[in-house]
Write a protein that binds this ligand. Structure first.
Ligand code: HEC
Length: 128
């Protein structure tokens, strides 16, 4: 019995170690201006600016840090430090209804882009 459990435990430990290695080392790892904002500009601002469908329907203006932190007409979509309840990530990860996955009607962002945004929120969602 022990023979079977031990490898599983070791594997678990190895996976945990990998996950830890991937998570941010320094609190200032991800920059809003250099890392997060360009993603929003490339994939979101086309619809989430005055005149765009996304902005008109949700009130979310993604042309600036202030707009992102203000959120939609229903409230904030970024909860600094909380990657589980930040609606921004819920939508980007496709954890919400499919009709609400963002970018709307387009391909999901790459894991790399989503992880950058995730780390940025984890680190406090600062305007850095
Ligand atoms: C092709 C246009 C388009 C693009 C690109 C787009 N959106 Fe949207 N977005 C919409 C529309 C339309 C809505 C309103 C959806 C609704 O209420 O039915 C919306 C709504 C939202 C909402 C509010 C959802 C809610 O809970 O009401 C968020 C948050 C959002 N978008 C984030 C993003 C992000 C982040 C990106 C870029 C990764 C993005 N969107 C790209 C069109 C777009």
């Amino acid at each position: 019995m022990l023979k079977m459990i031990l490898p599983a435990l070791l594997l678990g430990a190895a996976l945990t170690a990998t996950a830890a290695a991937k998570s941010p080392q320094k609190p200032t790892n991800v920059s809003f201006q250099e890392d997060v904002f360009p993603i929003l500009q490339a994939h979101c601002a086309g619809c989430h600016a005055p005149g765009g469908d996304g902005y008109e329907k949700s009130g979310l203006d993604l042309r600036s840090y202030e707009g992102l932190m203000k959120g939609t007409k229903f409230g904030p979509i970024v909860v600094p430090g909380d990657t589980q309840t930040s609606n921004l990530l819920v939508l980007l990860d496709g954890r919400a209804d499919k009709s609400l996955q963002m970018p709307h009607g387009k391909k999901r962002l790459t894991t790399c882009d989503r992880d950058l945004i995730r780390s940025w929120i984890h680190e406090g969602a600062r305007n850095n």
